[in-house]
Design a protein around this ligand. Structure first.
Ligand code: ATP
Length: 306
């Protein structure tokens, strides 16, 4: 019986692992693939992105019938300013980004970019106006040059190198045996989480969009990479309308506005200081993260002491 149980138990483990990675893949495809249900209206206009202010107006949304995910979500991102969204896992943060990119249509309410309902403009013009730096970028099995230039296939080599420099990737690439011709991805050189995010930043720099969506990495990068990625993000976010999906509060304290989500609703909003003064959900999350950070530092210094 035990003999039978062990392999089954093991298979159960393998199955759960596979299911988990399939879930991640689904996430990836959700972000990349066209949703067939989303179609341009006949004669859809081209989005005039301008300096691209964004408005969510009384947005309700469900992926599936009978399970509402967003409830009456309204907020503004004035042109060139930054909004960060925080909240527990599953509270609906990434869903906001998917709706803005129009992978799905809102169930009711509307989303406006520069005053235009995103359902009235062509998807290609909407997506040309938005750059995404996802937490786990997909690399093509191709050269690192191709992977960066994907952000703007018409870019000249000099522009590609310049984008790599701005993303602090150029020196790393120059140190590789085949430099920009090095093949990366599953069958080539595997890049670290931080390096992959830098490729995404370089792509976004090349694309030069009015709106930027930054999905902060959940899996902690080492703190040096994380600090430098934040620095690069801050630089490319300057003067762009930015929506950041944040997992660590310390990274978003300077945002113009922070939205706190809970079960699909915005429960608090304001600057970091304003939110701390409210002494509510944000303060609780902030104090918890500060404690976690302190424990981590104590563990690190304890570990080094041995
Ligand atoms: P996390 O911090 O873990 O990334 P989140 O706050 O970004 O979480 P969302 O990804 O927006 O959360 O998910 C909100 C809810 O929507 C979750 O309950 C999730 O299970 C559900 N959901 C997400 N994608 C889909 C989908 N494609 N189909 C059905 N439900 C989905």
């Amino acid at each position: 019986m035990l003999q039978l149980y062990m392999p089954l138990h093991f298979l159960g483990f393998v199955y759960r692992e596979i299911k988990h990675s399939l879930a991640d893949m689904e996430k990836m495809f959700n972000l990349l693939a066209e949703n067939e249900e989303i179609q341009d209206k006949p004669g859809a206009a081209t989005l005039i992105a301008g300096n691209a202010p964004v408005r969510f107006e009384a947005v309700n949304f469900s992926y599936e019938p009978n399970r509402q995910i967003l409830f009456d979500v309204s907020f503004d991102i004035p042109a060139g300013s930054s909004v960060a969204v925080v909240g527990h896992s599953g509270s609906g943060k990434s869903t906001l980004a998917r709706l803005l990119f129009r992978f799905y249509d809102v169930s009711s309410g509307r989303i406006l970019v520069n005053g235009q309902d995103i359902r009235d403009v062509s998807q290609s013009s909407l997506r040309a106006a938005i750059g995404i730096v996802p937490q786990d970028s997909v690399l093509f099995n191709d050269t690192i040059y191709y992977n960066i230039s994907y952000g703007n296939p018409e870019a000249s080599p000099e522009e590609v190198f310049e984008a790599a420099r701005s993303a602090h990737l150029h020196d790393f690439i120059e140190s590789l045996p085949d430099k920009y011709q090095t093949v990366v991805g599953e069958r080539g050189l595997k890049l670290s989480g931080g390096e992959k995010q830098r490729v995404a930043i370089a792509r976004a720099i090349l694309k030069n969009p009015g709106i930027l969506i930054f999905d902060e990495a959940t899996s902690a990068l080492d703190s040096k990479s994380e600090k430098s990625i934040q620095g690069e993000m801050r630089r490319i976010a300057a003067n762009r309308t930015t929506l950041t999906i944040a997992h660590r509060l310390s990274t978003i304290v300077d945002s113009d506005q922070i939205l706190v989500m809970d079960h699909g609703r915005i429960v608090e909003r304001g600057t970091h200081r304003e939110l701390l003064a409210m002494n509510g959900a944000y303060t609780y999350m902030w104090e918890l993260q500060q404690q976690e950070e302190q424990t981590r530092l104590q563990l690190v210094s304890g570990g080094l002491g041995h």
